[in-house]
Design a protein around this ligand. Structure first.
Ligand code: FAD
Length: 476
């Protein structure tokens, strides 16, 4: 895409068409509008179109196409690689489109594509209902769902994308389409795991399930001495756990003077957390073994409002801090893998960083691999390596830690990754091919049909045939 200044008169015509604001460099809210969650990202777009609805999105897509502009699409602004913003081009910003409408009888919710999971949980829980989101409520519905969506209800109710009934979107030629099992089914297949490659989503229709309002939760911390034992116990536990259970183990220092006794604050520890997607009483019993592996440092488990549990980790991921994450689907959790996880958490340069092991399987694995584009249904565990730190002078050490850890952990994996976690757009087409396997060619055919010029390129990119791989390249 060309990167050039846009004549004032043309951007003024575009501005007049929009119901939302058009923000330019120099405007009072330019800096706050271009900022995203990850403080590593510092992009300077030529224009930011704050859309209010599908009409604005169509105008923005048409304007960008007519002026050959690089386009970034912003949902919740929480992509780790910062793909919601770009240098010089147009940001199609949906963050003012946060409406959520619940139909309690049909048990569905219609969600605008700029909503966060907190917006969805607030509305759906008013009716005792929920759909699977992520584990941090400030994250955007759009990016998370299009890439899959792994949250606290995953083993019982599947991925976020597994709960989609239909998706409304604007394609690269400015056409508004709906995709569902009955309407444009091939596109619907690709939207469930293929990311933001096919258009700008304006709304999602989700299935809802009865959940809460109170759920049984587990949040127990054990010391570094018991780390191996805890990960082995976690592996054994999830092998026969009820479908309602979805567990996440986090290994790191996680320093918090208010939560831990003084001698444990600066030590590596393991947190085992998850909630039970059924009755709170059943959940208390089902989660109990995880609280009895050894003598805990601290145990905050117990019944809690579902909405509160969904927000429990929000404060650990403040806006504007520095982040670099990667992931890998694991074949299992062998003793050797556990030893390497222990090693890498011990040598993390930042005490805020963690090595995470997500339980997968359950409802995720019950969906056939060909039913959606999502690529991670085979794996029993997902490894997440999260560098979280504060000072720019520590960038190199943190990036190196994540990359070295991933390189080492590949011995326990087929090599495919969860596309919602990569830290930068650096992996390229080889990573996309190895992650999707035979599905990749089906995605390329769909991309050729809906976006042959790679208009939507700032994403985990499915490159259309005959096009060079896109991306603005400045973040790797
Ligand atoms: P944005 O940065 O706004 O967008 C990211 C990309 O998504 C865009 O570049 C675009 O390609 C696409 N996109 C966004 N909106 C649209 C749209 N309307 N139409 C078309 N394409 C669009 N993932 C999980 O699965 N489970 C978790 O528990 C989880 N926890 C997380 C916690 C934190 C603190 C963070 C930062 C991320 C977490 N993630 C999790 C990863 C998350 O799924 C991705 O970062 C995701 O991209 C965030 O979506 P967003 O809309 O906020 O992103």
């Amino acid at each position: 895409m060309a990167q050039h200044s846009i004549p004032d008169v043309q951007s003024e015509q575009f501005e007049a068409e929009l119901h939302g604001d058009l923000i330019r460099p120099g405007d009072a809210d330019y800096d706050s509008s271009r900022a995203v969650w990850n403080g590593m990202i510092d992009k300077q777009p030529a224009l930011i179109a704050r859309c209010r609805g599908a009409g604005d999105v169509i105008s923005a897509v048409d304007f960008a196409r007519e002026h050959d502009l690089l386009v970034a699409v912003r949902g919740g602004g929480h992509n780790v690689a910062g793909t919601a913003v770009c240098d010089d081009g147009l940001v199609i910003d949906l963050s003012e489109m946060r409406g959520v409408w619940v139909d309690p009888d049909a048990q569905t919710a219609w969600v605008q594509a700029g909503a966060t999971w907190a917006d969805v949980d607030h509305e759906t829980q008013a009716f005792g209902l929920a759909t699977p989101g992520g584990v941090v409520s400030k994250t955007g519905v759009a990016g998370l769902t299009l890439g899959g969506g792994i949250g606290h209800l995953r083993c019982k109710h599947g991925l976020s994308c597994d709960n989609l009934r239909s998706v409304d979107l604007v394609t690269a030629d400015g056409t508004f389409v709906t995709a569902s099992e009955d309407e444009n089914p091939a596109l619907f297949w690709g939207l469930r795991g293929g990311g933001g490659n096919f258009g700008v989503v304006t709304g999602f229709e989700f299935d809802l399930h009865p959940v809460g309002p109170e759920v049984a939760t587990c949040l127990v911390f054990y010391s570094r001495d018991r780390l191996g034992e805890c990960l082995r116990a976690y592996r054994e536990y999830v092998a026969s756990a009820p479908a309602e259970v979805s567990i996440l183990a986090l290994v790191g220092v996680m320093p918090d003077e208010e939560l831990f006794p003084a001698d444990a604050v600066d030590e590596t520890k393991i947190a085992i957390t998850g909630c039970y997607g059924g009755s709170a009483a059943d959940g208390e019993r089902a989660l109990a073994p995880l609280r009895e592996i050894a003598e805990p440092i601290a145990d905050f488990s117990g019944p809690m409002p579902y909405v509160e549990y969904q927000q429990l980790f929000d404060a650990d991921y403040p806006d504007g801090m520095r982040y670099y994450w990667k992931s890998l689907y694991l074949d299992g959790l062998s003793t050797s893998a556990i030893d390497r996880i222990t090693y890498w958490s011990d040598v993390a340069p930042s005490p805020l960083s963690t090595v995470d092991v997500w339980q997968l399987g359950g409802a995720i694995a019950q969906v056939g691999v060909e039913e959606s584009a999502f690529a991670g249904r085979h794996a029993p565990f997902l490894l997440g390596v999260e560098a979280n730190w504060e000072r720019p002078e520590d960038d190199d050490a943190n990036l190196e830690w994540v990359r070295d850890c991933l390189d080492d952990m590949r011995q326990f994996s087929e090599g495919s990754v969860y596309l919602n976690f990569p830290g930068f757009l650096e992996e390229g087409e080889d990573m996309m091919r190895s992650t999707f396997g035979p599905t990749y060619e089906r995605l390329v055919s769909l991309k050729n049909e809906y976006d042959p010029t790679n208009f939507f390129s700032l994403n985990q990119n499915i490159t259309p045939s005959g096009r060079a791989r896109a991306g603005d390249g400045s973040t790797s």
